[in-house]
Ligand binder design. Structure first.
Ligand SMILES: Nc1ncnc2c1ncn2[C@@H]1O[C@H](COP(=O)(O)OP(=O)(O)O)[C@@H](O)[C@H]1O
Ligand SMILES: [Mg+2]
Length: 254
């Protein structure tokens, strides 16, 4: 059997499709450029690793169920001046996930809370972390279903194995007491174990009203922000900015 056949067979057995693709052309380059054996082996393996990271990343991005894909590069820091590019870029290095810390974005509609949450989530997924995105209402609904099926603890444990959950839009709809209790359990189950990114159009002082129970809210917010990066976004809606430009353009041409 030729060694090319060996490589074809062995890379298949080891499930290394990218190594299989590149082995023979890298061997040619190695001969031409006089690479040593270790150098050649490192090149083949790093092709395989890069390809796995790229594919795994896109699978994790899909699995996270982001409503759109947003990135840090699309974010205009000249429009949103209440956060610094440096701070947000630092968050994208994802130390907060390694430390099981949280990120909170507060601010009125259209100020970029969801955009930044998604761009952090996409970055995390591409860097190898599992991520799951949903609105606060959806999370509570899912936990409610688990509870009715008698498997709330299992569900919280399963979610605990996902290093980053994104909870969008806390406060758009008030919670009934059952929903509030499920949300509290979600926050406390992750405390110092795994990360949350939470965004809300209401300040913490208004959360008592959303959740109904001021004392329980205080305990929950305490856990949420104990190890967290809280960013308060200000200003006009970015959505309206585009609308205003459209309106201006229409009035100019008529
Ligand atoms: N500073 C910004 N630069 C670029 N796009 C932005 C910015 N702020 C908001 N957007 C865009 O405007 C829309 C609304 O922003 P979003 O993040 O959904 O706001 P929020 O969640 O705070 O209501 C989105 O399409 C988002 O990508
Ligand atoms: Mg939003």
């Amino acid at each position: 059997m030729s060694s090319a056949t060996d490589v074809a067979y062995l890379t298949r057995a080891l499930k290394m499709p990218r190594a299989r693709q590149v082995a023979s052309s890298l061997a040619d380059t190695a001969r031409d450029e006089g690479w040593d054996y270790t150098e050649f082996l490192a090149k083949v393996l790093s092709e395989e690793v890069a390809s796995r990271e790229a594919h795994g990343g896109e699978n994790r991005v899909k699995a996270a169920r982001f409503p759109q894909t947003k990135t840090l590069d699309d974010f205009d820091f000249t429009h949103q001046r209440s956060v610094s590019k440096q701070q947000i870029a630092h968050l994208h290095q994802l130390d907060f996930i390694r430390e099981a810390h949280n990120v909170v974005f507060l601010g009125p509609p259209g100020t970029g809370k969801t955009h930044l949450s998604i761009s952090l989530g996409v970055q995390a997924a591409r860097r190898g972390y599992r991520v799951a995105f949903a609105s606060a209402t959806d999370w509570v609904m899912r936990l409610g279903e688990a509870k009715r099926a008698g498997r709330l603890a299992d569900e919280l444990e399963r979610l605990g194995r996902i290093p980053l959950l994104i909870v969008d839009e806390v406060g758009y709809i008030p919670f009934d007491p059952d929903a509030a209790s499920l949300f509290f359990q979600l926050v406390s189950s992750r405390y110092e174990q795994s990360s949350l990114i939470v965004s809300s159009n209401k300040s913490f002082s208004a959360w008592a009203e959303i959740f109904g129970d001021a004392v329980a809210v205080e305990a929950m917010v305490d856990r949420l922000v104990h190890h967290s990066h809280v960013h308060v976004l200000k200003g006009d809606s970015y959505r309206l900015k585009d609308k205003q430009r459209e309106v201006m353009a229409t009035t100019e041409t008529t």
